[in-house]
Design a binder for this molecule. Sequence first.
Ligand SMILES: NC(=O)c1ccc[n+]([C@@H]2O[C@H](COP(=O)([O-])OP(=O)(O)OC[C@H]3O[C@@H](n4cnc5c(N)ncnc54)[C@H](OP(=O)(O)O)[C@@H]3O)[C@@H](O)[C@H]2O)c1
Length: 274
Amino acid sequence: MTKNLNIALIGCGKMGSAMLRGWLSAKIEDRVTVLDPVGLPEEFAAYAPNPVTHYSDAARFSEKAGKADVYVMAVKPQIMDEVCKTIAPAIPGDALILSIAAGQTIGAFESRFGADKAIIRAMPNTPAAIGKGISVAVGNTPVTDTHKDMADTLLQSVGQVEWVDREDLLDPVTAVSGSGPAYVFLLIETLAKAGENAGLDADFAMKLARQTVIGSAALAEQESTLPASKLRENVTSPGGTTAAALDILMDGKWQDIMTAAIAAATKRSKELSS
Ligand SMILES: NC(=O)c1ccc[n+]([C@@H]2O[C@H](COP(=O)([O-])OP(=O)(O)OC[C@H]3O[C@@H](n4cnc5c(N)ncnc54)[C@H](OP(=O)(O)O)[C@@H]3O)[C@@H](O)[C@H]2O)c1
């Protein structure tokens, strides 16, 4: 783990805040210079002005971020171009640029900052807010092992990190883990609705569905060496109630629906990247 990092954070919204929270809790920073027009979120007040300094103005930020080791780009994709233009002149040649923006390609960052700059594109997901995210990362040619260690340190403070060597894989990655939390929340909704249809009070059904997903996820985490199919088999007695439900769920349609959903999200991710 790399320590004493001089980090520049551009955009301190939901994901930027989640990362900053993780860095401060893992104590990996020497200092963090934040650029965000709104202000530093209240939860970080105790950390300002040291080790966290906030600027709402790009020119002041560029002047004060000094020679940061890494510039974490955490603004919305729509304004990325404009934001990069304002800070590009101040970024040192050997600094790492780490983008977590959906659909923003390494090529786009190379044209903004130069193809000789070390650029890593990562796709985190919302459980990063509680340190339980998973990020998938890919870097361009100038990225060294030192840059990768830095990115690992920054991303591991909000969860697990996986690396791929092909950028196009970030489209299905976005579809599976980036958008995935929404599918799990939908599972809670549909399970609760089905319980309601079977005669349960709506609030009661929702409580059962929600806690079932929470408990099952915790079990999957604790039994991390067991395949999901084994966890499923462990709660399925032959001829029992679970088996009756799984006969319906596993008749192929659910897999077909999920495959179609992932294909649609992958296609949309490709469209947004082009
Ligand atoms: N949230 C997720 O689950 C998730 C998952 C994977 C990837 N991402 C990526 O993470 C990035 C940030 O998403 P988010 O959900 O954290 O969005 P967000 O909550 O809207 O955060 C973006 C932050 O950037 C600020 N900002 C606006 N203009 C700026 C400027 N010129 N310079 C610096 N900061 C500026 C925004 O301020 P205002 O509110 O005033 O505009 C806001 O505080 C996106 O590119 C997204 O694709 C998010």
